[in-house]
Design a protein around this ligand. Structure first.
Ligand SMILES: Nc1ncnc2c1ncn2[C@@H]1O[C@H](COP(=O)(O)OP(=O)(O)OP(=O)(O)O)[C@@H](O)[C@H]1O
Length: 740
């Protein structure tokens, strides 16, 4: 047996170790050629006793050892009466237990399965089976084998297997018929086949390029593409018509007719905003409506006035902390504990965290159970450190039920199972997208106090929507904006320059004795070389910073001569060059080596980590940074050590979740902070040279920031105040519900 080679095995299913109804992911043991082989793959309703032919490659899972990863399988129907009896007795088909199985086989013998499939009425010849039950049994059986047929059919038209189960779930036994008439149905959200794949299948099936189905799919594709890649929850009608017409290669009148029909069918929603029509896929429209109406209702819940007791409690806290809250901080604290809803904003060093700590303590004194959360793991950790109260990621707070990779995350917490707390405080709210915010609101009771903290000048969320800015702009919710920079913080040029940048002023680049430095450098190659020298030699020597844990290079783009791709190549060479004692593994275009700094690039809720003292936990999250400790070829696994000594084991096929992280993009750095940040900015123009990107990068630095490159690039960024335009109508909708 060779790792990586294809194998074809035939055998009986001995045990089904794991099966997910949602995704079809199955782990089973197959008895093939006298050996028991663990097989994993996406299977539909496999039962013990069945005979399978599976095809795939062997891989080693860090925890479970050697497994055949099957990407293709075939089910062989049991042929003899005895095999059929044992198959049916195993409970493979709902409604048939061992007793009924025995009777069926006694009556129909080798023909039993054919009768079940093709002639269910005859099943009533067996005592105990009513016509209704006969129908049920037949439907169950057809479902089981229908998925296999759909899989084979989709493979034939070029659609990969994992979509088959989703297609079956949506369309049931009619899946093949529906897909063959209109392959574009596979592009819907629940199935998620790319437009181009469906387009190729439709073309091969002879569907006309100007057919209703194709144009409708094009319109929906434009909307989905824009929500996933450009952050829009909707699009203005003229823009949608124009883009869809270009995509499908027809005129916008024709597209407009199809669009009307889609609106009439409820597949698109049109919202008129002061005479301007916007179009949504229903999911985003519903999310915005839900957010607006829930917030409006929450806003109208109880509210207490400022009492002498509260005044006294705040004064007592001031005494205990040894500070006097500034007027705006006090206003924030009072508003938070007397109103059902509040938004707290402010730039770095304006005392947000100090105010949150006070709010948490006062709410605790009032007997309220408070939950703290932030969108990223690092932001949650920072909140925990600064407030002394445990904060979780929003996903953890809402208890992820499953995430099938399609972007549709299901949570255990929701309207039927709300969070058991009286107040929720969310930090870094600017990173919350529309769908996550809707999930959060569904999980809080109407009477729950909600405090949203954030800085709307940071980059907006990766996902669609512009929640924090829209809520502030609506003017319908209490907002306290902290603007005073505290003395302690005002000494820091990182803080004062960040405030200058946000106000459109040039930051000071000439200081030599503070925490914000500018090193002029013209050529990109020199920029990369100097960044490497700073990380490898100068900063560790002068400040004692560790290149792996304390210093982070953050660049505006991935591509280009000073993008993260090139920087990672140069930095890897400087900090962790090839060495015959260090094992390597190639993952896509990158080579991972023992000793490399890497970043987890997607949320993985199931990844187990362990600490040396035996403490264990689940979950390594998007943005977590670690170092590769070991690449183990025999077991095809990679061990990465993350902060606090958490070690996680990746199989080679999970290596795509890791990327070199000597340099990361500003977008990836959102919500995280590092002791020292190096920001390379090459001379020239870039789509990514704009103000909020510079501001976000600068505010990632806690103790030291070095801009490396061109002063004119800094100036270009400060002056380019293109607020990332995001189409969303939460602001309008909130106004409508609150005023209407
Ligand atoms: N009322 C106050 N009087 C004196 N110092 C204060 C007061 N409030 C906050 N500070 C100090 O100002 C600094 C910044 O405060 P804090 O960390 O609360 O701000 P922040 O807005 O959360 O900043 P950042 O976003 O940069 O973390 C801290 O050193 C804090 O101790």
């Amino acid at each position: 047996m060779e790792l990586g080679e294809r194998y074809r095995l035939e055998g009986g299913v001995e045990t089904v170790i794991f099966h997910s109804e949602q995704t079809g992911f199955t782990v089973l043991e197959l008895s093939a050629d006298g050996e028991l082989v663990t097989v994993v793959g996406e299977f539909a309703g496999i039962a013990v006793g069945e005979t399978l032919i599976v095809e795939g490659v062997y891989a080693t899972h860090p925890k479970y050892g050697l497994q055949l990863k099957a990407d293709k399988y075939e089910r062989l129907l049991p042929a003899t009466a005895a095999a059929i009896a044992s198959y049916l007795s195993s409970g493979a088909i709902k409604g048939i237990g061992p007793k009924t199985a025995g009777r069926l086989v006694a009556r129909f013998g080798d023909e039993t399965l054919t009768v079940i499939e093709q002639n269910p009425a005859r099943l009533t010849e067996v005592s105990g089976i009513s016509p209704k039950k006969a129908e049920q049994i037949s439907n169950e059986y057809r479902k089981l084998f229908g998925i296999r047929t759909v899989m084979l059919y989709l493979a034939k038209i070029g659609v990969p297997a994992p979509f088959a189960i989703k297609a079956w779930k949506k369309f049931g036994p009619q899946a093949q018929e529906i897909v063959s008439q209109n392959p574009y149905v596979l592009c819907c959200e629940e199935i998620g086949v790319p437009f181009e794949t469906a387009d190729a299948a439709a073309d091969a099936a002879g569907l006309a390029p100007d057919s209703f189905e194709r144009i409708a799919a094009g319109i929906l594709h434009v909307l989905r593409h824009n929500s996933m890649n450009n952050g829009h929850t909707c699009l203005p009608e003229p823009k949608l018509l124009e883009t869809a017409a270009r995509l499908v290669g027809t005129d916008s009148y024709h597209v407009s007719d199809v669009l009307e029909e889609l609106v009439a069918r409820g597949e698109l929603v049109r919202l008129d905003v002061k005479g301007e029509p916007f179009l949504y896929v229903p999911r985003y429209y519903e999310a915005e409506c839900y957010i607006a109406s829930k917030l409006a209702l929450m806003r109208d819940q109880r509210g207490e006035g400022l009492t002498p007791d509260l005044e006294a409690a705040i004064s007592a806290l001031e005494q205990k902390q040894g500070i006097t809250y500034a007027a705006l901080q006090r206003e924030a604290i009072v508003t938070a504990v007397t109103s059902p809803l509040m938004i707290l904003t402010g730039g770095p060093g304006t005392g947000k965290t100090t105010a949150i700590s006070a709010i948490i303590r006062l709410l605790g004194q009032m007997g309220e159970k408070v939950a703290l959360a932030a969108p990223t793991g690092r932001a949650a950790k920072r909140m925990t450190e600064l407030t002394g109260v445990e904060a979780r990621t929003v996903h953890r707070l809402l208890e992820v039920d499953f995430d099938d990779g399609s972007g549709v995350t299901k949570f255990k917490r929701g309207e039927k199972n709300p969070l058991p707390c009286e107040a929720v405080i969310i930090d870094e709210t600017s990173m919350m997208d529309t769908l996550l915010f809707e999930s959060l609101l569904r999980a809080v009771k109407f009477s729950c106090r909600l405090i949203l903290v954030g800085d709307p000048d940071q980059l907006p969320s990766v996902g669609a929507g512009n929640i924090l800015s829209d809520l502030i702009a609506s003017g319908k919710l209490p907002v306290v904006h902290l603007s005073e920079i505290f003395r302690q913080a005002a000494k820091s040029l990182i803080v004062t320059n960040a405030h200058a940048i946000v106000s459109g002023e040039d930051p000071r680049l000439d200081a030599r004795d503070n925490d914000f430095f500018f090193l002029p450098e013209q050529q990109s190659a020199r920029i990369c070389a100097t960044a490497a020298d700073l990380c490898a030699r100068r900063l560790p020597k002068s400040y004692g910073f560790s290149p792996m844990w304390d210093i982070q290079v953050i660049a505006p783009t991935r591509v280009g001569a000073a993008g993260t791709g090139e920087l990672n190549r140069v930095l890897q060479q400087a900090l962790n060059p090839p060495d015959e004692r260090k094992k390597e593994f190639s993952s896509g275009p990158q080579t991972l080596r023992e000793g490399d700094k890497v970043m987890q690039v997607k949320n993985n809720y199931d990844l187990l980590w362990e600490k040396e003292d035996g403490e264990e936990g689940l979950g390594i999250f998007n943005g977590d940074i670690g170092v590769i400790e070991l690449i183990n070829r025999p077991s095809s696994s990679i061990i990465v050590r993350f902060d606090e000594g958490r070690r996680a084991e990746y199989s080679f096929d999970m290596a795509g979740e890791l990327e070199l992280a000597y340099a990361i993009t500003v977008h990836k750095s959102q919500g995280n902070e590092y002791d020292a940040v190096i920001l390379p900015l090459a001379e020239g123009r870039s789509r990514m040279y704009y103000r909020s990107l510079l501001y976000t990068a600068v505010t990632r630095a806690k103790k030291l920031l070095i801009i490396l490159g061109s002063a004119s690039a800094v100036r270009t960024m400060v002056q380019s105040h293109k607020r990332t335009r995001r189409y969303a109508n939460l602001r309008f909708l909130l106004g409508e519900v609150c005023d209407g």
